[in-house]
Design a binder for this molecule. Structure first.
Ligand SMILES: [Zn+2]
Length: 285
């Protein structure tokens, strides 16, 4: 007759069923996180936000380790076994491929934001165009963007692969959930890889709409009072965002379109004013 063992108690020399179950659950969740990163890598590539081997994606596993995409691989074509695990100093702990030097940017964000579990970095062309033109995406134009992100600041340029890459971002990381990187790209982050990805999607969509509005004669910012109401509506929509309403971020109608300083005039009207001024001074008869 086999010995009776109380539930959850290990036989001598065997792991307890509870420990085995815990390890299995951890393994399943790690596998799921690997699959999620691969899925987002494909989405980012298919949307044309990266070319060749650009960009990187990471997920914080716990206080000490990060799962991330490797360097020198197209993120649209990676498989789960390509991913690597690093410690919080960027040292590789697991994985066959090499880690990216841009992992330092991810680790900086994790250190500064305990609430963040995932970081996505890519070069979406329209938002990166704004970053290359030295322009933040900070005009109060669209309710969803104001509620979700507040505005998107522009961090100073920093040489990739060096600490300078993240220096310009440091003032913005605690206050914003997506940042334009001058002459480089975009970084966004969230509580999981999907939220980090969706925030980048919002940034690129916002950049496209802003560009079209400007091509059509100029984006018209919402007035301060309407923007204030949108910030207040976050709780109603269950949106948690660090970005608060600050002077100029986002820039409201009163900031960008002071009525006393902007006016339109035709060429004929301008010439008539000049003629009148010259006549008044006796230059013209
Ligand atoms: Zn990059």
């Amino acid at each position: 007759m086999p010995p009776r063992v109380a539930a959850g108690r290990a036989l001598p020399g065997r792991a307890s069923p509870l420990l085995l179950q815990f390890k299995l659950t951890m393994l399943q969740s790690l596998t799921k996180l690997r699959e999620d990163i691969v899925k987002i890598g494909k989405l980012v590539f298919d949307k044309g936000w990266i070319a060749a081997n650009d960009g990187n994606i990471s997920v914080r596993l716990d206080d000490a380790t990060v799962l991330c995409t490797p360097t020198a691989v197209c993120k649209g074509m990676i498989c789960v076994d390509d991913l690597i695990i690093c410690d919080m100093d960027g040292n590789k702990l697991e994985g066959l491929r090499e880690r990216t030097s841009e992992i330092a940017m991810h680790l900086t964000i994790y250190r500064m934001r305990p609430d963040i579990r995932s970081v996505v970095h890519a070069h979406p062309p329209v938002a990166t165009g704004f970053a290359a033109a030295g322009r933040a995406l900070n005009i109060a134009l669209l309710p969803e963007v104001i509620i979700g992100l507040g505005s998107v600041p522009l961090a100073d340029y920093g040489l990739p692969g060096t600490p300078a890459l993240t220096e310009g971002m440091l003032p913005y990381v605690p206050k914003y959930d997506a940042i334009l990187m001058a002459n480089h790209g975009v970084v966004s982050y969230g509580t999981d890889v999907f939220q980090a990805y969706f925030r980048m999607e919002t940034v690129e969509h916002f950049a496209r709409i802003t560009l079209v509005a400007e091509l059509l004669g100029g984006a018209k910012a919402l007035p301060r009072e309407e923007v204030r109401k949108l910030f207040e509506s976050r709780a109603r929509y269950g949106v948690t965002s660090r970005a608060a309403m600050e002077p100029g971020a986002p820039a409201v109608a009163e900031d960008v379109q002071p009525s006393s300083e902007r006016f339109e005039i035709t060429r004929g009207e301008l010439l008539a004013i000049i003629d009148e001024a010259l006549r008044a001074r006796g230059v013209l008869a």
